[in-house]
Design a protein. Sequence first.
Length: 160
Amino acid sequence: MSDQVARQSVIASPRPSPKGRKVKDVPFVELRGRRIQGVISSGSDVERVYCAFFDVSTGNFYCSTNNNRRCGGLGGGACKHITELVGEAIKVHGADGLASALGLDPATTRSARELMGAVHGSETKEPAAEVFARFLNDLRYTEMPCSAEPLPEMSWFISG
């Protein structure tokens, strides 16, 4: 596995039961490598969600609907969806945990605006498919009935 692939496959674990988490507004947030990505609910249409990312290593960002329609709020910088996403990542992982996972100075991760202001990048269009697929896969686990039986696809968690 190349170093590039290894860095992209690192996923930070969330802290247990973060306070003030808005799952209704941001149902899915994850760290992959040095990137915060996730799904944000639309405030105006219950049938629409936005898939967004903010890459800490480059400062690049993008937000679009799950069917790849560009977010209307990406005027000259990151939209409110990306700000919400980064804010939720801070709630989930804690400012210090997020700084550690992303290789940042903890002083820059106290708020979404501070973190996003510390790294300057630009809008970089990427399809929403990967983030949305990861969200749907995550939902699949929440909808499974409780069972004491092991899940074969989760066997990689078990070490020999």
